[in-house]
Design a binder for this molecule. Structure first.
Ligand code: MN
Ligand code: MN
Length: 306
């Protein structure tokens, strides 16, 4: 049996986990019975909430793939964010909404769209292939769209995302506002995580030109609650900066109710945050009004200023 591994990125979010399940299901429906969903890391609380709501198991953990393994990537395409040994795997397909970072020596099937969530693209793929969307699949899709777009409020949200949610809510029989807020709030529960775990939950290595950085985002319903841990967070960030020889560690503490982000910036290039947003860090910190999207409101602006 030749297995097809379907997985999202490391430090998986709800889009990466649900998209791997939804894509593996689509592959099966289209005749690839060996497609199986995997995860590249621990589930966050929000994703746990979604899977508990549906009563389904998390995909199996995948550490690396064997040479020549068939793989399908969802919600990422950068090798740095992907599985170990990806360079020796055979990538069959990619479904993603991030910038293209992949370069292969062989042809493959790519479906990229600049929408708010991978699940919005998968919703279209089900339609295009005339594959019915079950209540469970609809709930997975809808949950991820709500997660990636923060209830359709993030600037990454497109009309396609809105249309998908409207359609999926009917199939899932879900009140989007009510379910969505409960789901997002479940994701903000940090009580069971250590500082190191919090700093790894949604960390992305992003280099702003030559500025070697990690940008981590924590969603919360209360910024002051998270700031009670500020000293410990800074200690942890400084240790990671030293261990990984980073120029900048940017921690976004995003208020999902009021759509702002409190930023803690450390490292020898912390001043890049000041330059990019025209602000002054006080006590390593600044509140960025209306900034909620790392992809749209951090990466391009920071890159431009570097
Ligand atoms: Mn993601
Ligand atoms: Mn995504």
């Amino acid at each position: 049996m030749v297995k097809t591994y379907v997985f999202g990125h490391k430090s998986p979010d709800s889009d990466s986990i649900t998209s791997s399940l939804v894509m593996a299901n689509l592959e099966k429906e289209l005749g690839n019975e060996h497609a199986q969903a995997y995860r590249l890391g621990n589930l966050n609380k929000e994703t746990e909430f979604i899977l508990n709501y549906l009563g389904i198991d998390a995909p199996e953990l995948l550490e690396s793939v064997e040479d020549g393994a068939d793989v399908i990537l969802v919600d990422h395409n950068s090798p740095a964010e992907s599985v170990e040994n990806l360079e020796n795997a055979n990538i069959l397909k990619v479904v993603d909404h991030h910038k293209l970072a992949l370069n292969t020596s062989y042809p493959l099937s790519l479906r990229f769209e600049p929408v708010g969530c991978t699940e919005t693209i998968l919703c279209k793929l089900y339609e295009e292939n005339n594959v019915g969307i079950s209540k469970e699949i609809a709930t997975l899709m809808l949950s991820a769209i709500v997660s990636d777009t923060l209830l359709l409020k993030s600037p990454t949200t497109t009309e396609d995302d809105e249309m998908a949610v409207e359609k999926l809510a009917k199939i899932a029989e879900i009140d989007v506002e009510e379910y969505g807020l409960e789901m997002l709030k479940a994701g903000t529960d940090l009580s069971s995580f250590s500082i190191d775990e919090i700093l790894a939950l949604d960390a992305k290595q992003i280099d702003f030109k030559d500025v070697k950085s990690i940008v981590n985002q924590i969603n919360t319903a209360s910024i002051p609650d998270v700031l009670e841990m500020k000293d410990d967070l800074e200690k942890g960030m400084n240790k990671i900066i030293e261990d990984e020889n980073l120029d900048l560690f940017m921690l976004l503490i995003t208020d999902i109710v009021n759509s702002n982000s409190q930023v803690i910036a450390l490292g020898k290039h912390a001043d890049l945050v000041e330059k990019a947003y025209g602000v002054n860090l006080e006590d390593n910190m600044v509140l960025l009004e209306d900034v909620v999207s790392r992809k749209k409101q951090v990466v391009p602006i920071m890159t431009e200023s570097a």
